[in-house]
Write a protein that binds this ligand. Structure first.
Ligand code: ZN
Length: 385
C-alpha cells in the first residue's frame, strides 16, 4: 500500500559552508591542523575539506527530484524558535551560537566550524523535526523525512561537536513531549557514530527512550559503552549497542530485531524518531551496510510504528559523507517510507557485528523487560494533542 511521505527541506541549509581553512586566520590554521592530525591521520592540509558539505543534501534532493517516489510531498520547515531550543540547550550556549550569525570560525577542535550563514541553516535543521511532528499531530501525514544539515546528535546542552550546533532530534523530541503532549518518545540513532549529545540530553529522563547503535569506542566520539544506561530516573532508558568496524546490514537488522523492537513493544512510545545517519554505508569506508539494509530497517520501523504508535514516524538525517551513498540510501529510505516492500537484502558472508549485537541484546535483556513495568515512565507534563 502506498503511503504519503512528507519531506522537510529548505535550500537555505546549503548556506552552511565552512571552509575549515583560511590563511587569513592563522589561529584557525592551528586548530585545523590539530583537528586533522587527530581525526584524519592519513589526510593532509592540502587534501582536507570540511566533510559536512552542502553536496550531502543536494545529492539527496536532486535524486528525489530526478526519480520522485510515489507519495512524496515537499514541505518547507519553520525555523526553530529560541524557546524551542531552550528546552534542550543552555541560555549561555544559545547566546554563543547566536553571536556567530554572519561570522566564520572554528568552534571545536574535534571538527566543528561555521560560515556566515551557518546559524540560519541550523535554525532550519532544528525546526524541521518540529515541523514534521506538527504535521503528524495535525493529521497531515504519518511518515516524515527531514533532510537537514548541520546534523545534531553530537551537540549537547552546552557544547558544539562533530559538525553539530543544535541537537535537532532532541529539540524535536522535547517539542513532542512538552507542547504536543506525547507522553513517551523513542529515538533510534542508527548513525555510525555514537550520539553523545542526545545521550547527554536525555540521560536522566525516563520519558525519552534512546537506542543508539554505533561503531564502538575508541571510534569517534569515544562514548556509548554498553554500561552507559542512564542516570537517576533515566536509568534503563538508554540502550547502547556498540559494534566493531566492518559491521553490515545483518548486524543492524539484528539491532532492530533484538533491541529496538522488543524495547518499543515494552516501552510503548507514542512517537518514534530515527537519527538516520547513512555513514554505515560501505562507501563511507568504515562499516559495510548498503542501501538495501537502510531500506529494510526503514520497512521494519514502519511496521513497528504502525504496531505501537499509530504509525507516527520521523526519520531525520544525521551523518553520511559520501554523496552516492547518501543519494542511494535516502532514496531507498523514502521508498520504504512510501510503502515499497524490500525483498532483496545484501548480506556479508560473515558479518562480525552480529556477535557484538547479540552480546548487547543479552546485556540489555532485563532492562528491556523492565521497560514494560506499569510504573514506567511517568506522565511528567500536561498538554493537548
Ligand atoms: Zn555519523
Amino acid at each position: 500500500m502506498k503511503k504519503a511521505v512528507l519531506i522537510f527541506y529548505d535550500a537555505r541549509m546549503l548556506g552552511h559552508e565552512p571552509s575549515g581553512w583560511d590563511t587569513q586566520h592563522p589561529e584557525w590554521s592551528d586548530a585545523v591542523k590539530a583537528m586533522i592530525a587527530h581525526q584524519y591521520p592519513e589526510a593532509s592540509l592540502e587534501t582536507y575539506a570540511y566533510p559536512e558539505r552542502p553536496e550531502r543534501l543536494t545529492a539527496i534532493v536532486e535524486r528525489l527530484k530526478a526519480e520522485p517516489v510515489d507519495g512524496q510531498g515537499w514541505r518547507v520547515p519553520m525555523p526553530v524558535t529560541h524557546a524551542q531550543l531552550q528546552r534542550v540547550h543552555s541560555v549561555e550556549y544559545l547566546a554563543y551560537i547566536e553571536s556567530l550569525v554572519g561570522a566564520s570560525g572554528w568552534l571545536a577542535q574535534d571538527t566543528t566550524a561555521v560560515s556566515p550563514e551557518s546559524v540560519v541553516a541550523a535554525r532550519l535543521a532544528a525546526g524541521a523535526g518540529i515541523s514534521a511532528i506538527e504535521a503528524i499531530a495535525s493529521g497531515e501525514g504519518r511518515h516524515t523525512f527531514c533532510i537537514v544539515r548541520p546534523p545534531g546528535h553530537h551537540a549537547s546542552t552546552d557544547d558544539a561537536r562533530g559538525f553539530c550546533l543544535y541537537n535537532n532530534i532532541a529539540v524535536a523530541a522535547m517539542h513532542a513531549r512538552e507542547v504536543l503532549g506525547f507522553r513517551r518518545v523513542m529515538i533510534w540513532d542508527w548513525d555510525m557514530h555514537h550520539g553523545n549529545g542526545t545521550q547527554d540530553i536525555f540521560y536522566d529522563r525516563p520519558d525519552v527512550l534512546v537506542v543508539d547503535s554505533h561503531c564502538e569506542a575508541p571510534f569517534y566520539p569515544g562514548t556509548g559503552k554498553l554500561t552507559e544506561t542512564g542516570t537517576g530516573a533515566g536509568v534503563g532508558y538508554h540502550l547502547n549497542v556498540p559494534f566493531p568496524r566492518g559491521s553490515g546490514n545483518a548486524a543492524l537488522l539484528d539491532v532492530l530485531e533484538q533491541v529496538v523492537r522488543p524495547a518499543a513493544r515494552a516501552f510503548r512510545p507514542e512517537l518514534i524518531l530515527i537519527s538516520a545517519g547513512f555513514d554505515c554505508h560501505y562507501l563511507d569506508q568504515t562499516c559495510a551496510m548498503d542501501e538495501t539494509g537502510f531500506a529494510a530497517l526503514t520497512q521494519h520501523m514502519c511496521a513497528l510504528a504502525q504496531e505501537v504508535c499509530d504509525d507516527r514516524l520521523v526519520v531525520m538525517l544525521e551523518g553520511g559523507y559520501n554523496a552516492q551513498a547518501l543519494s542511494d540510501s535516502a532514496h531507498a529510505t523514502v521508498r520504504a517510507l512510501a510503502g515499497e516492500t524490500i525483498t532483496d537484502i545484501n548480506v556479508l558472508p560473515v558479518d562480525e557485528g552480529r556477535a557484538a549485537v547479540a552480546e548487547a541484546a543479552r546485556f540489555h535483556a532485563d532492562t528491556i523487560a523492565a521497560l514494560g513495568r506499569p510504573s514506567a515512565p511517568p506522565d511528567r507534563t500536561s498538554g493537548s494533542r
